[in-house]
Ligand binder design. Structure first.
Ligand SMILES: O=C(O)CCC(=O)C(=O)O
Length: 271
């Protein structure tokens, strides 16, 4: 069966099979040029008003991915939960074409979890080491999809997203979170997990690139003269319980279907 919105086909069975087999999928033009333009304007406002423009992930991988000068400058602009600061971003969470895509893959019941901005600054925009997203918001099972909404066209010059095909099939992996110097951002051992072995998935503004919470991925430096703007939006099956990490314990909004009550489930507290 094909998921549709209005007249437009959104996702076929073959697309869904591709996604669950390989762990990623690009879906072109889920957001219209007008919607994308509005989200870009809002994103630029949020970068100036609210984002941390000195965000960085830490760890010994930095020296392996960047030369000394780039490493000192290698940052990105980041912030969480753009929907708290911007109505267009609130609408983006429940965009009907996006929800149709997610319903086909996770549905019929789909719960929103978070949004996170990743803007790689020009020339020295930080690469991301090979990792799964699981250590950042641990869940009991694999029914969690990360949507990378692209606000700029991406390519090898500005650090497109790259995936290790099929890597989600082994489930959650142990990540390095500690070095002799102290805690570091979760990442996989560099000798075993190499960016060179990944599939690049360049995309255009308005496209979404989907991955599972357990798909190993990373990206290279932004060497271009322009920022590379994308926002990650997380969605899960409402019965996939979170056990640690970002936004733990926060109820998510239902964007498709409903939250079925199971034995022992309590309504959310109001205090
Ligand atoms: O922004 C990127 O290139 C990497 C994104 C990423 O690693 C993530 O969203 O977990």
């Amino acid at each position: 069966m094909t998921a549709t919105v209005g007249q437009g086909q959104v996702l076929t069975d073959a697309d869904a099979e591709f996604f669950w087999e390989r762990g990623y999928l690009r879906v072109p033009q889920v957001f219209s040029p007008e919607e994308t333009a509005e989200l870009k304007r809002e994103l630029d406002r949020l970068i100036v008003e609210w984002a941390n423009r000195d965000s960085e992930w830490t760890g010994p991988w930095r020296q392996a991915y960047m030369d000394e000068e780039t490493e000192r400058a290698g940052k990105f602009a980041g912030m969480h939960d753009l929907q708290y600061y911007s109505a267009p971003w609130l609408r983006a969470i429940s965009n009907p074409r996006l929800v149709a895509v997610l319903s086909k893959l996770l549905g019929p019941d789909v719960e929103f979890h978070h949004t996170t901005m990743h803007v790689k600054v020009p020339e020295t925009g930080m690469p991301f080491p090979m990792h799964q997203d699981h250590p950042f918001y641990k869940h009991d099972d694999g029914r969690f999809i990360d949507v990378l909404l692209h606000l700029d066209d991406t390519n090898s010059e500005n650090g497109e997203i790259r995936f290790l095909e099929g890597s989600h099939q082994g489930g959650a992996l142990e990540h390095i979170t500690e070095t002799e110097e102290g805690p570091c951002s979760p990442h996989l051992p560099m000798d075993k997990y190499r960016l060179a072995d990944t599939v690049p998935v360049p995309a255009n503004a308005g496209d979404v690139v989907l991955m599972t919470i357990n798909t190993v991925h990373g990206s290279d430096i932004n060497r271009s003269s322009k920022p590379r703007r994308l926002v990650r939006m997380g969605y899960r099956h409402p019965h996939n319980r979170q056990t640690a990490g970002q936004s733990l314990g926060r109820p998510g909004l239902m964007v498709a279907g409903n939250r079925e009550r199971r034995e022992g489930d309590q309504a959310f507290p109001t205090e």
